[in-house]
Design a protein. Structure first.
Length: 330
C-alpha cells in the first residue's frame, strides 16, 4: 500500500496557483496606482496653484476694464446728442457746431453717436439708442461728473452760463427742484419727495404737458447711473409696445421703482428744455422765450402737419449763428 499512487491529491494537499507573469505585472501596477496616485495628483495640484498665484501679474485697470487714466483737467460735463444718419448733413453739421461751441466755452466734451450704432431688438425704434449712447459716454469719460443728453431737435441758445452756474451748483439746484410734484401731469399719484437732497439727486429733467421730457436731461456719472441705464434698457421694456417707446418706459420705472424715484429731481421745463411750438394742453410757462437756455422743436418732422426739423429749426439756427459770430468765436 505504501507504493500505491492515488488518482487525486489527498485532502490535505494545497493546490498551487498558476499565475502568468503578465497578470502579476498588471496587479502590481494597479496596487501602485491606488497607493501613490492620489498623493501625486494632490501634489501636482498644489504645484500648479502655487505657480498660478506667483506668476499672475497684479490686476490693474489696463488688464481688466482698460479705464482711461484720469486726465489732469477732466471735462465737467459731456454733451451727448445721438444723430440719425438719414438726416441732411447740413443739419447735423449745425447741430454739432452748436454743441461744440458751448462745450469749448466751458471745458465740456461732446459725443455724437449714430442712432444706428447700437444693437437693438428687432422692430425697436431707433429712439431707444439714446440709452446705450449714455453708457457709451460713461465708458469714454469715466471721470466726467455729469452727462447731458440733448436731442437733435434742440438748440443751445444762451451760452453765457455754464451748467454749474445755471443748474448744478449746490447753491443753485435746491431752489430749482420741485418738491411733492406729480411725476406725470396732471394728477399722477406718484410725486417727488417733499424734501429734496440735491446731493442725492442723480437725474435732473423736466415735464411737459403729457409726461417726462427726456429730450434734455442730466444724469450724474456714477455706478448708480449704470444700474439705472441698464434697467431702462432692459429687453422687457424694449420689447413691450409702449406708445412712446423709451419715454413711457422711463415714466414707468421712475413711478414704480422707489430707488429710482428717490434719485430724480424735477425742474421747471424752461430751465433746460423750453418748447418753441406750444403743444396741445401746454402752458405758456413751458414756451421758449428770448434769453432762455435751450430751444426745443419737439415733434418736428414727426407730428402730423409739422415740417422737417431742418426747415422748422432753420430760422433759429441762423439766429444762433449770428449770436455766435457776434461773440467773435467760431
Amino acid at each position: 500500500m505504501a507504493n500505491l499512487q492515488f488518482p487525486y491529491p489527498r485532502k490535505s494537499s494545497v493546490p498551487t496557483v498558476s499565475t502568468s507573469p503578465r497578470r502579476s505585472t498588471y496587479l502590481r501596477q494597479r496596487r501602485a496606482i491606488r497607493t501613490y496616485g492620489p498623493p501625486l495628483i494632490g501634489l501636482t495640484a498644489i504645484i500648479w496653484l502655487l505657480f498660478y498665484l506667483f506668476s499672475t501679474r497684479p490686476t490693474t485697470a489696463s488688464t481688466t476694464l482698460a479705464i482711461p487714466p484720469r486726465p489732469s483737467n477732466p471735462p465737467e460735463v459731456i454733451i451727448v446728442t445721438p444723430l440719425d444718419p438719414s438726416l441732411p448733413q447740413s443739419f447735423t453739421s449745425t447741430i454739432r457746431a452748436n454743441r461744440n461751441h458751448y462745450a469749448r466755452l466751458h471745458n465740456y466734451a461732446t459725443l455724437f453717436p449714430s442712432t444706428h450704432a447700437y444693437d437693438l431688438l428687432p422692430n425697436t425704434p431707433y429712439s431707444w439708442s439714446l440709452v446705450p449712447s449714455l453708457r457709451h459716454a460713461q465708458t469714454l469719460h469715466p471721470h466726467t461728473p455729469w452727462i447731458w443728453h440733448l436731442s437733435s431737435t434742440a438748440l443751445i441758445m444762451n451760452t453765457t452760463l455754464s451748467l454749474d452756474s445755471r443748474l448744478l451748483s449746490p447753491s443753485v439746484l435746491p431752489s430749482l427742484l420741485l418738491p411733492d410734484t406729480p411725476v406725470v401731469p396732471p394728477d399722477s399719484v406718484i410725486h417727488t419727495p417733499s424734501h429734496r437732497n440735491p446731493a442725492s439727486t442723480s437725474i435732473i429733467l423736466s415735464r411737459d404737458a403729457t409726461g417726462l421730457a427726456h429730450d434734455s436731461f442730466l444724469i450724474r456719472n456714477s455706478e448708480w447711473a449704470k444700474f439705472f441705464l441698464d434697467a431702462w434698457f432692459d429687453p422687457l421694456y424694449r420689447s413691450y409696445n409702449f406708445q412712446k417707446a423709451e419715454r413711457h418706459a422711463l415714466e414707468h420705472i421712475v413711478q414704480w421703482h422707489g430707488t429710482i424715484l428717490g434719485k430724480v429731481g424735477l425742474v421747471q421745463q424752461r430751465v433746460l428744455n423750453g418748447y418753441v411750438k406750444q403743444e396741445e394742453k401746454g402752458g405758456e410757462e413751458a414756451m421758449y422765450r428770448e434769453g432762455d437756455f435751450v430751444a426745443n422743436f419737439w415733434g418736428c418732422g414727426k407730428e402730423e402737419g409739422r415740417a422737417s426739423c431742418e426747415k422748422e429749426m432753420g430760422p433759429m439756427m441762423e439766429k444762433w449763428r449770428g449770436m455766435r459770430d457776434a461773440e467773435g468765436r467760431s
